[in-house]
Design a protein around this ligand. Structure first.
Ligand SMILES: [Zn+2]
Length: 303
């Protein structure tokens, strides 16, 4: 088989895991069937397309099923038959030029959230605003999604973009429970009101993901244009990726999983809203393909 290892290394093994408690919802997600219970649009259209088999992409002529990973367009499936997802922040995906596009799940995001996702092929990447953009990468100064917004605000206030500054997460641990309003401010009201006013000035505009193998991801993350960005790591999640490689920890997520889990955390912890499946359809293709592969494995008697 191929060397499919385009996982997103979101979880740094050298960090203190005990500092990041795993809540009960995570335990559920780490269970046997993490892709069960998603609120997905009907996948009947994928059943039909799958039974018909591969078709030629009208743009590049490549043989494809569901979508063309080279052209980022649908193949044998109509736009109105697939869900379109509105994201709360813009997502930029930087992919390595040497990787085979067919291995990437990043294209799922571009197809399902076309208005909010932009793909770049390294080294062609834009300049990013340091106090409005984060990079999802488990570097030494990486913070959690929960602490990210406050860290961005601190940067903006201090004018500091040095990633080797005192990590703001350490201070946050003690400050995070403190109400942000002062006693002399009669408008500040309850903690809930304070929270909602905080989210209204959410500085995050753009989230950058790197879509490549681990070695290449390291190289891209040290590019000077990404160096000053606040790095964010996700809580430990196990991948459902069917292309798991020997020797790769199962906490290396496929890019689409990483985007999904980031947005879920963002929704709950940064927007302060209850999560009720808003971004589940990002896994529209992923969960279907996952199911197909599992069925194939079962019928082949491999598991
Ligand atoms: Zn194509």
């Amino acid at each position: 088989m191929s060397s499919l290892d385009r996982h997103h290394p979101l979880y740094s093994s050298c960090r203190d895991k005990s500092a990041v408690p795993v809540d009960s919802s995570d335990v559920h997600e780490l269970g046997e069937q993490p892709l069960q219970g998603l609120k997905l649009a009907s996948q009947a259209v994928l059943d039909t397309a799958q039974q018909r088999g591969r078709l030629k992409c009208s743009k590049c002529g490549g043989s494809r099923m569901f979508f063309c990973y080279t052209c980022c367009s649908l193949v044998g499936v109509n736009t109105q038959d697939i869900p379109v997802i509105k994201l709360p922040v813009k997502i930029d995906i930087i992919k390595h030029p040497n990787e085979t596009d067919g291995k990437s799940t990043a294209v799922h995001a571009k197809i399902l959230a076309p208005n909010d996702v932009t793909m770049y092929t390294y080294p062609c990447i834009p300049e990013f605003e340091k106090d409005e953009v984060v990079l999802v990468f488990p570097g030494p100064g990486a913070v959690s999604v929960q602490d990210m917004i406050q860290c961005l605000r601190d940067r903006s206030n201090n004018g500091s973009v040095d990633p080797f500054d005192e990590p703001c997460v350490k201070r946050l641990k003690s400050e995070v429970q403190t109400p942000t309003h002062t006693a002399k401010d009669p408008q500040s009201g309850t903690p809930d009101e304070a929270k909602s006013s905080e989210s209204s000035v959410n500085p995050l505009r753009r989230v950058v993901f790197i879509d490549s193998t681990w070695n290449q991801t390291n190289k891209i993350s040290t590019d000077e244009r990404l160096q000053g960005l606040l790095q964010v790591e996700l809580k430990m999640r196990k991948t459902c990726f069917w292309r798991s490689q020997k020797g790769k920890p199962d906490t290396y997520l496929a890019t689409i999983e990483a985007i999904y889990y980031f947005l879920k955390d963002f929704h709950q912890h940064c927007l302060g809203q209850e999560y009720s499946g808003e971004y589940d359809n990002l896994l529209f293709f992923y969960s279907y393909l996952h199911q197909l592969i599992n069925k194939a494995k079962t019928s082949a008697g491999k598991c």
